[in-house]
Ligand binder design. Structure first.
Ligand code: NAP
Length: 238
């Protein structure tokens, strides 16, 4: 999985390992944190390897998948989680910032999925889960570029599910509301109070709550769920 060094990705890696999966702990810059996640999984009796992969580079995604298959023999589950945020008005969003968001969220998802799919199709089994966002469903002022790439992930999910459903591969997106991670550290004071006033359960979600849903979707029991965008968001009306 990608982006497993911290935040939601870290929680997903730990949860999938607890469910018995051998986990490739993908990271971009935080090698020590990724090594710590892998060490925690191994200490609990699981199997895990940290692996540096900048998802903006399709060749790196391909190498990561082939390295995973070499190391573990197969790939059952791909979690596209790597992500970066951008809180900016569209008029202030530069072409470089736009292209970077597209590269991380869309090109990365495309490249990792394209690399993993042949290994799943040949075995007629696979689980592809992308961590999208509630903003990809509703849109958000001040995050137009981020909303656009997250909506793109949702469209990719719905379309690919139809393409590979006949081959035993399910494709779903998990589209969380605001979760308590570094990505949301900007949410403070009045801005945080304003957001929470719109959340019926009155709090941020936890990475572990997102991970529990990913665990379910990643399991063999979720074979009839595909092409879905499921939003754990504390009851926000979408
Ligand atoms: P986070 O704590 O900021 O962690 C981001 C993760 O993505 C890190 O593991 C980071 O790796 C990795 N990453 C960033 N750029 C990368 C790149 N170019 N190549 C590979 N990995 C890269 O974020 P988070 O809150 O856990 O978010 C995880 C996902 O959930 C994202 O897709 C985000 O859009 C989505 N999401 C988050 C929220 C939320 O409220 N937090 C809500 C909805 C959706 P390094 O640590 O190595 O830099």
């Amino acid at each position: 999985m990608t982006g497993a060094s911290r935040g939601i990705g870290r929680a997903v890696a730990l949860e999938l390992a607890a469910a018995g999966a051998a986990v490739v702990v993908g990271y971009h810059r935080q090698r020590e944190q990724a090594e710590a996640v892998a060490a925690a999984i191994r200490a609990a009796g699981g199997a895990a390897e940290p692996l540096q992969v900048d998802v903006r580079d399709p060749a790196a995604c391909e190498a990561a998948v082939s390295g995973t298959v070499d190391r573990f023999g197969r790939i059952d589950i791909l979690v596209n989680n790597a992500g970066t945020a951008l809180e900016k008005l569209l008029v202030d969003t530069t072409p470089a910032e736009w292209n970077d968001l597209v590269a991380v969220h869309l090109t990365g998802m495309y490249a990792c999925t394209r690399a993993a799919l042949p290994h799943m199709l040949s075995r007629r089994y696979g689980r592809i889960i992308t961590i999208s966002s509630i903003w990809g469903i509703t849109g958000a002022a001040g995050e137009v570029a981020y909303s656009a790439v997250k909506a793109g992930q949702n469209g990719f999910t719905r379309a690919l599910a139809q393409e590979v459903g006949p081959f035993g591969v399910t494709v779903n997106a998990v589209a969380p509301g605001a979760i308590d991670t570094e990505m949301n550290s900007f949410l403070q004071g009045e801005e945080l109070r304003e957001w929470l006033s719109r959340v019926p359960v009155g709090r941020l979600g936890t990475p572990e709550e997102v991970a529990a849903l990913v665990r379910f979707l990643a399991g063999p029991q979720a074979g009839f769920i595909t092409g879905q965008v499921i939003s754990p968001n504390g009851g926000v009306v979408v």
